[in-house]
Design a protein around this ligand. Structure first.
Ligand SMILES: N[C@@H](CCC[C@H](N)C(=O)O)C(=O)O
Length: 286
C-alpha cells in the first residue's frame, strides 16, 4: 500500500521571513505524526519554522481545518504568519476571504492585495490559567522566578491561542536571544513552554521585536508574538492600539480593535511547490 503522504503537494512560502510549509491534506484521512513532521523538516530544502497541515473543514461554514507543527514536531494552536500563507494557497482557488479553524478556535482571513493578507487572530486570553502559567499571577507583570541571568525580572504573558511571554527591553538587538531563548522557553513558569519575545518600544506606534519560538528557536518573524506584544504594550501603557511591529524578516501591522479582536496585516511570499515522496518517511515509523 502506498504511503498516504506520497505525492502530496507542498508549498514552500514565507510570511515576513517566517519559513512556512503548507501541506494540503484535504481529501485524505491522515493526521501528520510528530515524527513525520520532523522527517519533512529534515528533507533538503524543506526545513520549516512551521508546517501548516490543511485538512477538510470539520464544521459547516468553515473553509478548512489546520494543524500547526513546529520544527521539533510539537503542535501549536496558532500561527499568524502561517495562516496568511494558507490564505494565499487557498486564494489560488479563488477564495479571497476564509474561515479557518484550529484546535484553538476560528480565524478569519482577508486578501488585501496580491501578497498582502489580514488575519483576525481573535481575542487575546489574559488570565494566567489560559496562558498557561504554573502559578497565579497578574499577567501584565509576572515576576520571572526563579530568575534567569541576563533576562529582565518581569514579563507580560498573553495567549493568542498559543503561549507568549513578552519582555520589554531598552535594546532588543543587544539581547542574547540564542542563549536566553531556550532557557526561557522551558522556564518552570510555563507548563506548556512558551514563545519568548524581546520588544523595544521605538514610538507609541512602532515596536522592534525579536522572537524565540517554542519548538523552533529564533525566527525571522512570528505573527502571534507580534499580536501578543502589541496587547502587552497597550496594557502597559506603552503603545497605541495600532502599531507597526518590526521583525528581522519584515514588518507587520497589528490592530487591537475596541471589539477586543486583534488583526494582523502582513506579506507572504511564495517560493516553490514540491511533492512529498514516501522515501522521506522510511525512517519515521517511530
Ligand atoms: N510563527 C508563528 C507562531 C508559531 C507557533 C509557536 N512556535 C508555538 O509553538 O506556539 C506565528 O507567526 O504566529
Amino acid at each position: 500500500m502506498p504511503h498516504p503522504l506520497d505525492n502530496r503537494p507542498i508549498l514552500r512560502m514565507n510570511g515576513a521571513g517566517n519559513e512556512i510549509l503548507v501541506l494540503d491534506l484535504r481529501g485524505l484521512d491522515h493526521v501528520l505524526a510528530p515524527q513525520e513532521a520532523r522527517a519533512i523538516a529534515a528533507a533538503p530544502g524543506l526545513r520549516f519554522d512551521q508546517l501548516m497541515a490543511v485538512h477538510d473543514p470539520r464544521a459547516e461554514g468553515d473553509d478548512a481545518f489546520m494543524r500547526i507543527y513546529n520544527v521539533d514536531g510539537s503542535r501549536s494552536g496558532a500561527c499568524g504568519n502561517g495562516t496568511r500563507c494558507v490564505a494565499y494557497a487557498l486564494a489560488r482557488e479563488g477564495k479571497e476571504r476564509l474561515l479557518l479553524a484550529t484546535d484553538a478556535g476560528r480565524i478569519e482571513t482577508r486578501r488585501e492585495a496580491e501578497t498582502l493578507f489580514t488575519v483576525d487572530m481573535g481575542e487575546p486570553r489574559l488570565d494566567w490559567r489560559e496562558i498557561p502559567l504554573a502559578r497565579q499571577a497578574d499577567t501584565r507583570a509576572v515576576a520571572l522566578d526563579p530568575p534567569v541571568e541576563g533576562a529582565p525580572a518581569h514579563f507580560s504573558a498573553v495567549s493568542m491561542g498559543n503561549p507568549h511571554a513578552v519582555f520589554f527591553v531598552p535594546d532588543a538587538r543587544a539581547v542574547a536571544l540564542e542563549t536566553l531563548g531556550g532557557k526561557l522557553e522551558r522556564h518552570p513558569l510555563f507548563p506548556e513552554r512558551a514563545n519568548i519575545s524581546f520588544a523595544q518600544i521605538l514610538a507609541r506606534d512602532d515596536i522592534l521585536l525579536r522572537v524565540w519560538e517554542r519548538g523552533t528557536g529564533a525566527t525571522q518573524a512570528c505573527g502571534s508574538a507580534a499580536c501578543a506584544t502589541l496587547v502587552a504594550a497597550v496594557r502597559a501603557g506603552l503603545s497605541e492600539r495600532r502599531a507597526r511591529l518590526r521583525l528581522p524578516g519584515g514588518d507587520l501591522t497589528i490592530d487591537w480593535r475596541t471589539d477586543n479582536h486583534v488583526l494582523m496585516t502582513g506579506p507572504v511570499e511564495f517560493e516553490f511547490e514540491a511533492r512529498l515522496t514516501a522515501a522521506l518517511f522510511e525512517d519515521a515509523a517511530t
